[in-house]
Design a protein around this ligand. Sequence first.
Ligand code: GLN
Length: 482
Amino acid sequence: MTDSIREIRLGLAAGEFSSVEITQDYLNKINLHNPTLNCFITITDELALEQAKAADESIARGEIKTLTGVPIAHKDIYCTDGIKTSCASKMLDNFIAPYDATVIEHFKRDGAVILGKTNMDEFAMGSSNENSYYGSVANPWDLGRVPGGSSGGSASAVAAGLAPAATGTDTGGSIRQPAALCGITGIKPTYGRVSRYGMIAFGSSLDQGGPLAHSAEDCALLLQTMAGFDPRDSTSIDQSVPDYSVDLAQDIEGIKIGLPREYFAEGLDADIANVIASAVDEFRRLGAEIVDITLPNTKLSIPVYYVVAPAECSSNLSRFDGVRFGYRCDNPTDLEDLYKRSRGEGFGDEVIRRIMIGTYALSAGYYDAYYLKAQQLRRLIKEDYEKAFERVDMILCPTTPEVAFKQGEKTDDPVSMYLQDIYTISLNLAGLPGMSIPAGFSQGLPVGLQLIGNYFEESRLLNVAHRFQQATDWHLQSPEMK
Ligand code: GLN
């Protein structure tokens, strides 16, 4: 069987295999490897087979939509009607969503089959998937290492062949960083491109959903399903969605690609720098013109993010109060005790840390000094990109400063963990689209390359990534699963 969505579609249409067969095949792999990888929180086997059967019937009638019969896994941050939606938190361990997120509705509309809900960092806060109430996720390239986060379960599942593709969300790097660490392809679209309705909120001005798969070609198909205006999301952009697959193979001769000097400075692993340099040579051979650029405010992105994201999360997570839904402590003595203990017992350490930072930054007297200041600096970061895009069509850099690190290595050092997102976080602050594609290996572990596009240039990003993938085979490498 193949893990390429394009090939799965062709195989289904030609009757080479049925959706039930391919779905069963993935469920078997999940049952075999999930005990070691821990990428799924919920496996929806019965529903998957039911949906696959219905898909086979549609195919027999000649009714084939973009993803009819294609099995997909969803990050457990997307509300799924009638299915547990935990956000990897004890707080929502008992929560069965009463409706579908828009993204999930779109996958249903286009005929996809749901394999299950993937593990993640609690409320999407983390870079290693070690902050999950359900335990950490293993990287299939080395089981002692992290898969990245927060969409670590999705990335690990796709890399290990337990699903051909999965959804993720990205607030500061959570699609691109795990894609890089697991050797797969992932795209974070422009803010507003994919509806956030029913996607449990972390940092509302930063969160954006997107797909993780093996290739840019597959990501194009998946983004087609995910994207689009949604009146239920007030920040959704009312702009038509282009056909992401048409321009994939377009020539990239003459494209101007900028290398930001600040992204190749101190802190970048030497092996990663070499891998990226070889990839840059490949782009030159494909006809790209490489230009040196500068994004001088890069160093502000981590401090700005760690004011803005916690501030927004402290507000978003105030709804988990033990009253309306989710965890409630036993035998509260009064209302205040109910709030305090439900939240204290229901949230994990990292979530509590963020809520405390955010509440502090938003409190009277500190708002101007922290939150307002951070928003002003955010504008400078955005302006850096605007200036850069006057000179170049696209920006290229590493996705992460290091390859997958060992489990437990950074859990006691939040700042070193936060630094993992140094190359990804500024895009969320600016609202720009970016993607990570496999570009090589260092010590047997995958290295990711990041491409950053201007607003709404997902088609161009996918095109450039696809041309690279036609010329290389890094995205076709997969870990040996025993
Ligand atoms: N690692 C970053 C954080 O912990 C980003 C997470 C994300 O993109 N959801 O906040």
